[in-house]
Design a protein around this ligand. Structure first.
Ligand SMILES: CC(C)(COP(=O)(O)OP(=O)(O)OC[C@H]1O[C@@H](n2cnc3c(N)ncnc32)[C@H](O)[C@@H]1OP(=O)(O)O)[C@@H](O)C(=O)NCCC(=O)NCCS
Length: 164
C-alpha cells in the first residue's frame, strides 16, 4: 500500500520545545492505559529517559506545530552494537496512515546508518505485533508480561549489504 507522507519526522532532544507534546502523546496513547505517567515510566526503566533518542512526526496546524507520532531509540543497549526501539505511538485519530512506518524507517536509518548498529529489538505489545511484522521485524522468544500486559520480544537486522 502507498501512503501520502503525513507531516515530517524530526529528531529532538529533551530540551526541545516539542518534547512536552511527545510526552503528552506517550502518556495518552501508551502510558495512562497501563496506569503510568512519565514518572512511572522512569521508575520502571531507571536511567533510560535520559539516554533515549527521540523521533517525532510533526504537522503544521493553525494553532502551531503538533506532534502526532513518536518513537524512541535506546542505542547500545544492552551492549555495543544493539539498540532498543521504545515508546512507539501514533495519535489514535491518525493511525493507519503510514506515520508509524515512517517513524520506524527513520529510526532504522539512524540506527544502522549513523550509529552503525547491527541489530534492533523491541518489546512489542501483542496488539502491535502485526505492525512490526509489516516492517520486517520477527518475533524472538516467548510471551512475557511487562507493565501488566502481554508482550513479545521482536528483532530486526538489516539485510546484508553486497560488498562492492
Ligand atoms: C502500532 C502503531 C504504532 C502503528 O502505527 P500506524 O501509524 O497506525 O501504522 P502504519 O499506518 O504506518 O502501518 C504500517 C503497516 O502496518 C499495518 N498495521 C498497523 N497497525 C496494525 C495493526 N494493529 N494490526 C495489523 N496491521 C497493522 C498497516 O496496515 C500497514 O500495513 P501495509 O504495510 O500493508 O500498509 C499505532 O497503531 C499505535 O500507536 N498503537 C497504539 C500504541 C501501540 O500499541 N504502540 C506499540 C507499542 S509496542
Amino acid at each position: 500500500m502507498y501512503y501520502l507522507r503525513v507531516g515530517r519526522v524530526q529528531f529532538i532532544g529533551r530540551h526541545h520545545p516539542l518534547y512536552p507534546q511527545e510526552v503528552e502523546l506517550r502518556e495518552r496513547v501508551l502510558l495512562s492505559p497501563v496506569g503510568l505517567d512519565l514518572a512511572g515510566f522512569q521508575r520502571l526503566f531507571p536511567g533510560v529517559e535520559e539516554r533515549l533518542e527521540h523521533f517525532v512526526t510533526v504537522i503544521e496546524h493553525p494553532t502551531g506545530r503538533r506532534v502526532i507520532g513518536c518513537v524512541c531509540l535506546l542505542p547500545h543497549f544492552p551492549g555495543t552494537g544493539v539498540g532498543k526501539l521504545m515508546q512507539m505511538a501514533v495519535d489514535p485519530q491518525r493511525q493507519r496512515e503510514g506515520i508509524g512506518r515512517e517513524l520506524v524507517a527513520e529510526l532504522e536509518r539512524r540506527a544502522f546508518g549513523e550509529l552503525s548498529l547491527s541489530e534492533l529489538f523491541c518489546h512489542a505489545r501483542n496488539d502491535a505485533i502485526p505492525f512490526y511484522e509489516r516492517m520486517g521485524w520477527t518475533i524472538d522468544g516467548p510471551q512475557f508480561i511487562e507493565a501488566g500486559i502481554p508482550h513479545h520480544r521482536m528483532v530486526f537486522r538489516p539485510p546484508a549489504q553486497d560488498p562492492q
